[in-house]
Design a protein around this ligand. Structure first.
Ligand SMILES: Cc1cc2nc3c(=O)[nH]c(=O)nc-3n(C[C@H](O)[C@H](O)[C@H](O)COP(=O)(O)OP(=O)(O)OC[C@H]3O[C@@H](n4cnc5c(N)ncnc54)[C@H](O)[C@@H]3O)c2cc1C
Length: 575
């Protein structure tokens, strides 16, 4: 009798699953291979595998370690694009916001309320108010309710009640509206895991270093496993290049001149403690070039961002003293008690992959995406924004499958929830009972549900087996030791940096940027992944060098010196 393989695989994406994926990538010809494990690539892998295709995805570093973990973390329509009359883009993004909030990842995507302070009476209120009405209306166009409340006009008194730390003379009133927010890095790791669950062969730390060609046609890639040093070939009928700001580098490996160019624009955010100023709402502030957001983020605020061209190292974009001063100067225009550098807990920088126009300023370059079948066998997808990743993924896979033989079903990702989403609301409603059953504080359960959804059960099982793993991590007591074990066992974390910077956000949220947590986390990962003492120490030393280099680069006046200082820290260890 033929033994049927199940449709889905393990919900784990640990070292064993990675090894199994690499074994298949070496051996079998795929329908589609995705290169790049940011939000767009992992989205494309899920899209393709849920159409019934044989799919692989490789990521050079960690899942989401490029731009997709360094965004403003907003799932938003982009209210400022209304001013550019880009209604199509805003409508599409608002539809995606509703879908992600209510269907695809309600455990990870949450509503967030913003205040737009008004400075002039009547005209500004009418003008901005009209934009907000349109924003609310467009959010209904997806055929489902928007999932967030409507905008509201506030008097000056009401603004001061909602945001007491706003300077009295900084506004004459305001309007509040809703968008949504997400832990961008966790989402990408979850998406990679969901793609793997549906059968995609997913491997991080596998870099593509060249393409296999037959004549003009791309038939696969030359891959390098950065964990073992092994080089191997992966064959695929279609390759999707989803490498964000690395797109031009990847395209040049195939000798393609490029139908479009992707430019990098640096955006920096500061993380400050929530108690540094009082407000129940986030802020959206106008700057000369664009807007500045102040976004509630757990016990912190995220404040950003900047928008400047970047031509230096793409893997570790560095924030400068000038970037930090620019953000502080702008946010201080509205705060009664100004923020100083001493209030800054964390800093991070990311690179926007922008479709390059010849001479436009980066803040005006299009946030729309492009798909091209630049060479037979190779589809390239670039541009866009985090919020619309699902549409980008669908468009890229549509392009790739058009070249495959036979009829391939249309995208179904509008109906595919991420792992942990199904049953989330019921688990949330039961959170007090779960807390009592496991002897874990309710606040902790709420925190876990917002990070793992219904997979919180798996984490609690780890605690049940070893109660000491309930201990919070040093210097970062929002997180517990069991989360480290879980990240290594289930979530594809291979190095200390993966846990401190992306599975948790300790590297930007903790005052010491994870210095005191590092040795503890390394020891826990070592226990799970079978590291030697030497390896544990090397991982720790590596992380501490990264923190030192980042701190030092943030004292430098300009990009060139900050980049040089940042690159003084060694790259992740290779066995
Ligand atoms: C400061 C900032 C704020 C932003 N805020 C928002 C926001 O609030 N909301 C929003 O919707 N959008 C936002 N964006 C935009 C959004 O973050 C990006 O559009 C999105 O993350 C890009 O995803 P990506 O998958 O294309 O690129 P990436 O996330 O960079 O993924 C590309 C991946 O390819 C991998 N790779 C590269 N070369 C190779 C190779 N040779 N082999 C294998 N892998 C390779 C890289 O390691 C990387 O992980 C923001 C961007 C920035 C910079």
């Amino acid at each position: 009798m033929v033994k049927l393989k199940s449709v889905t695989r393990s919900s784990k994406l640990g070292p064993e699953e990675r090894a199994a994926a690499i074994a298949v990538l070496k051996e079998k010809e795929l329908d589609i291979l995705v290169v790049g494990g940011g939000i767009v690539g992992t989205g494309a892998a899920l899209d393709a595998v849920t159409r019934g295709l044989r799919v692989g995805i490789v990521e050079a570093r960690d899942w989401g370690s490029g731009t997709s973990s360094r965004s403003s973390k907003l799932v938003h329509g982009g209210i400022r694009y209304l001013e550019q009359l880009d209604f199509r883009l805003v409508r599409e993004a608002l539809q995606e916001r509703g879908l992600l909030l209510q269907r695809i990842a309600p455990h990870l995507v949450k509503p967030v309320r913003f205040l737009y302070p008004l400075h002039k009476p009547i005209f500004e209120r009418i003008y901005i108010g009209a934009g907000m009405i349109l924003y609310d209306l467009l959010s209904y166009t997806g055929g489902r309710p928007p999932g967030v409340p409507h905008h509201r006009h506030l008097s000056k008194r009401q603004v001061l009640r909602a945001a007491p730390s706003i300077a009295n003379d900084a506004m004459i009133g305001g309007i509040t509206y809703y968008d949504a927010q997400v832990d961008d890095a966790r989402y990408v790791a979850n998406l990679a895991r969901t793609a793997s669950f549906y059968g995609a062969h997913a491997a991080s730390r596998v870099r593509v270093e060249g393409f296999l060609k037959v004549g003009e046609r791309v038939v696969g890639v030359k891959a390098h496993d950065l964990e073992t040093g092994e080089r191997f070939e992966i064959r695929a009928k279609q390759v999707v290049n989803a490498t964000g700001v690395w797109t031009d580098d990847t395209q040049s490996m195939v000798g393609e001149r490029g139908q479009f160019k992707v430019r990098a624009s640096k955006g920096v955010h500061l993380v400050v403690p929530r108690d540094r100023f009082q407000s129940k709402v986030g802020l959206i502030l106008r700057t000369e070039k664009s807007v500045l957001f102040v976004i509630p983020w757990g016990r912190h605020w995220l404040v950003g961002t900047t928008d400047t061209d970047w031509h230096l190292d793409k893997a570790h974009p560095a924030a400068t003293a000038a970037d930090i001063d620019y953000i502080l100067e702008h946010v201080n225009k509205v705060l009664a008690v100004p923020l100083t550098r001493d209030d800054v807990e964390g800093v991070y920088a990311g690179l926007r992959p922008l479709l390059a126009g010849e001479s436009e300023e980066t803040s005006k370059l299009s946030r729309e995406h492009l798909v091209a079948h630049s060479v037979p066998g190779l589809v390239v997808i670039a541009g866009g924004k985090w919020t619309t990743y699902r549409i980008m993924a669908k468009d890229a896979v549509d392009e790739a499958v058009a070249a495959l033989d036979g009829k391939v079903p249309a995208s179904v990702t509008q109906d595919i929830s991420l792992l942990g989403a199904e049953g989330y609301q019921a688990a949330w409603n039961k959170r007090s009972k779960i807390a009592r059953a496991y002897g874990v504080h309710k606040v902790r359960i709420e925190h876990l549900l917002g990070r793992y959804g219904v997979m919180t059960d798996e984490l609690l099982d780890i605690i049940r087996a070893d109660a000491s793993l309930q201990n919070p991590l040093p210097g970062a007591d929002d997180y517990i030791e069991a989360e480290v074990i879980y990240a290594a066992r289930h979530e594809g974390a291979l190095h200390l940096d993966d846990v401190l910077a992306r599975r948790t956000r300790i590297s930007i949220e903790a005052w010491d940027r994870g210095v005191s947590a590092a040795p503890v986390v390394a020891a826990l990962m070592g226990r799970e992944l079978g590291w030697s003492q030497e390896r544990i120490e090397a991982e720790t030393a590596n992380y501490l060098a990264r923190v030192d280099a980042e701190r030092a680069s943030q004292l430098e006046p300009d990009d060139v010196s900050a980049d040089r200082v940042r690159l003084s820290a060694p790259e992740i260890i290779v066995k």
